[in-house]
Design a protein around this ligand. Structure first.
Ligand code: ATP
Length: 327
C-alpha cells in the first residue's frame, strides 16, 4: 500500500454534556494513504464530522494520535499547528453558512492567502483568478458576492478557497449532498480532476456508500463512534466484511430491480452515544448477534495487526480470514 499521509491511532473524542458523556469517537485507528481519497461513511451521529474536524484539530481529541506526514499533531503547540493547518483544509457541506455573505468571492478565496501572508495583493489576485478557472468558474466572478451563485457554483468557490493555500490534505464534509444529482456528479468529477492534478489526499465524508464507491480509493465505515471496517473501496463494496457495512450496502438503490442482492436490513434505531452498548456496539441491531457479542468489546485494530476480527462472527458467517481491515 502507498505510504500514509495520515496515521490515526486510537483516536477518541468524548464530549462532556449536561446529559452525560457523549462517546463521539472511540479508539479509531486507520491510515489515509498519500494521494488517495478515503470515504468516511456512517449514519447520522456516527462521528464522521467529529473525526474530520479532529484530524485538523478543529475539535481537540480526548486521546489518541494523529500523525500527519510523520508529525503527531495532537499535542503540537499552537504556533506549529498554525503552520500545519495551511497544509490541511476543510470544505463544508453548506458553503452558504461558511462563506461570509458580505465578502466578495475574490476576497473569500484569498482569505487564507492573506492569513498566512502569502503573496502581494496583486499576486493574490492573480492566484484567485487562476483558481476560479481551475474550479470551472471565471476570473470575472471574483468581484461578485456569494448569493449571486447557485449551490454547485458556491461549492466550487468553497473548493477554490480550500485550494488557495495549496494544502496536501482536504476534508470534504458532505460537500455534495445538498446538490442535485447531476450537479453532484460535476463537483465529484472536479474533485477527481483536482486530486490527479495536485496529488491531493482527501477525506470525503458522506452519508451513503453510493457516492463514496464512485469517488474513493478507500472506505472507512463508522458506527456509533467506532470503526467497523476499512479497506479498498472495491472490496468494501463487493465483499464487505462487517454486517453493518452489508446493511449500508443494501440501502443503496439498485438501478436494475431484478438484481439479486443479499440484502441485510437494519432494524431499530442507533443507540444513544451517551450509553453505547457493551461489547460490540452494533450488536443491538445486528441480524447475526449471538451472546458472545455482548461480552468483550472487540479491541482496536491497527493496519497490519493480525489478531481477531472486529466482528467475532465474521469468519463463521462469511468465510473471511482476518477481519474488517482489508490489507
Ligand atoms: N460539540 C458537541 N457537544 C456535544 N456532543 C457533540 C458535539 N459535537 C458532536 N456531538 C455528538 O457527537 C456524536 C457524533 O456527531 P457527529 O456530528 O460527528 O456525527 P456525524 O456522523 O457527522 O453526523 P451527521 O451525519 O448527522 O453530520 C453525536 O452524538 C453528536 O450529537
Amino acid at each position: 500500500m502507498t505510504e500514509a499521509l495520515l496515521q490515526i491511532r486510537n483516536l477518541t473524542k468524548r464530549f462532556a454534556t449536561g446529559a452525560g458523556t457523549v462517546h463521539a469517537l472511540e479508539d479509531v485507528s486507520f491510515d489515509i494513504p498519500r494521494g488517495s481519497i478515503t470515504g468516511l461513511v456512517g449514519e447520522s451521529g456516527s462521528g464522521k464530522t467529529t473525526l474530520g474536524r479532529a484530524l485538523l484539530r478543529l475539535v481537540e481529541p480526548t486521546s489518541g494520535q494523529i500523525r500527519f506526514d510523520g508529525t503527531d499533531i495532537v499535542d503540537l503547540p499552537a504556533d506549529q499547528m498554525r503552520d500545519m493547518r495551511r497544509r490541511m483544509q476543510i470544505i463544508f457541506q453548506d458553503p452558504m453558512s461558511s462563506l461570509n455573505p458580505r465578502l466578495k468571492v475574490g476576497d473569500l478565496i484569498a482569505e487564507g492567502l492573506h492569513a498566512f501572508g502569502i503573496g502581494t495583493r496583486t499576486e493574490r489576485r492573480d492566484r484567485v483568478a487562476v483558481l476560479l478557472e481551475e474550479v470551472g468558474l471565471s476570473a470575472d466572478h471574483m468581484s461578485r458576492y456569494p448569493h449571486a451563485f447557485s449551490g454547485g457554483q458556491r461549492q466550487r468557490i468553497g473548493i477554490a478557497r480550500a485550494l488557495a493555500v495549496e494544502p496536501d490534505f482536504i476534508v470534504a464534509d458532505e460537500s455534495v449532498s445538498a446538490l442535485d444529482v447531476s450537479i453532484q456528479a460535476q463537483v465529484l468529477n472536479l474533485l477527481l480532476d483536482l486530486r490527479a492534478k495536485r496529488n491531493l489526499t482527501m477525506l470525503f465524508i458522506a452519508h451513503d456508500l453510493s457516492v463514496v464507491n464512485y469517488l474513493c480509493d478507500q472506505v472507512a465505515v463508522l458506527y456509533l463512534g467506532r470503526l467497523m471496517e476499512v479497506g479498498p473501496a472495491r472490496q468494501v463494496d463487493q465483499a464487505p466484511a462487517h454486517p453493518y457495512t452489508r446493511a449500508l450496502n443494501s440501502a443503496i438503490p439498485q438501478p436494475d430491480p431484478r438484481a439479486v442482492r443479499n440484502r441485510t436490513l437494519l432494524q431499530g434505531d442507533i443507540p444513544s452515544p451517551l450509553a453505547p452498548p457493551t461489547g460490540c456496539v452494533f450488536r443491538t441491531r445486528c441480524p447475526h448477534v449471538i451472546t458472545a457479542c455482548g461480552q468483550d468489546r472487540p479491541g482496536p485494530r491497527r493496519v497490519g495487526d493480525d489478531h481477531d476480527s472486529y466482528c467475532i462472527r465474521t469468519e463463521e458467517l462469511y468465510g473471511h480470514q482476518g477481519g474488517h481491515i482489508h490489507s
